[in-house]
Design a protein around this ligand. Structure first.
Ligand code: ADP
Ligand code: 5GP
Length: 231
């Protein structure tokens, strides 16, 4: 994956942990916040990996979590892995834009991640669950939201089994949760069915590209142009 960690100074603190495809956006445009949610196993991580590799100017919001890292995961790249005590301290200090209990573990998006991306003029992708999206929607109504659906329940079940990363009990739990999660799809602006991977990646790229031309993202740029008209 063509991404690396970026160090950004923001409000006198050093923010680490951004996974960035490449930075080549005009600073005139304000970064767009893009939320992606999906039931576990639908292919969201796979899609995000492809999207990040082909979307210059898009960075990935690294969440905090209390769950243990998987074999291939790295602290600061995939998640910031913290203890429940540290996580709850951050909650108490209001450091999260949103946070939720997902499959028995705590997950949250820190404000400083979004601030640093916005100040750098980067778009930022949030891979969060439906509870997190509901909080983001209230706090940041300008955020773009995408829901990913698998082609069917049977295919979701097959993908979870074939991934060989969860116990049968865990898979059952994820499938049960999926039944509830999919009912939230109407809360999202865009729906992408991950049937053929290539088509789904193309759809996501089109959405990210279009999001950059939404009025809120272009406001700063437009104001500069209007200013040049002398009014
Ligand atoms: P999630 O992040 O949503 O939990 P993953 O990205 O880990 O899901 O994908 C779950 C499994 O499904 C993985 O083994 C992945 O290779 C596979 N997969 C992802 N997208 C597709 C697709 N379009 N067709 C078939 N298999 C897929
Ligand atoms: P996993 O443990 O498989 O990486 O992620 C489990 C679920 O937690 C996924 O649905 C993922 O989108 C969600 N998640 C990851 N980070 C966050 C976060 O910061 N906030 C919320 N609300 N959910 C998250």
């Amino acid at each position: 994956m063509a991404c690396f960690c970026l160090l950004i100074t923001c409000h006198s603190s050093l923010v680490t942990g951004f996974n960035v495809a490449k930075k080549n956006k005009t600073p005139m445009s304000r970064g767009t916040i893009i939320v992606i949610s999906a039931p576990s196993g639908s292919g969201k991580s796979t899609l995000i990996k492809h999207l990040m590799a082909h979307s210059p100017g898009l960075c990935f919001s690294v969440s905090y979590t209390t769950r243990a890292p998987r074999a291939t995961e790295k602290n600061g790249r995939d998640y910031f892995f913290v203890s429940p005590r540290v996580f709850k301290g951050m909650v108490a200090r209001g450091e999260f834009v949103e946070w939720a209990d997902v499959y028995g573990h705590l997950y949250g998006t820190a404000h400083k991640q979004l601030l640093a991306a916005q100040e750098a003029g980067l778009d930022i992708l949030l891979d969060i669950d439906v509870q997190g999206h509901q909080q983001v929607r209230k706090r940041l109504p300008e955020a773009v939201s995408i829901f990913i659906l698998p082609p069917s329940f049977q295919e979701l079940s097959r993908r979870l089994c074939d991934r060989h990363s969860d116990t049968p009990e865990d898979i059952e739990r994820r499938l049960q949760t999926a039944r509830k999660e999919i009912s939230h799809w109407p809360e999202y602006e865009y729906l992408v069915v991950n049937d053929h991977l290539k088509d789904a990646v193309q759809a996501l790229r089109a959405i990210v590209r279009a999001a950059r031309f939404r009025r809120p993202s272009q406001a700063r740029r437009a104001e500069k142009i209007i200013e040049s008209f002398g009014g």
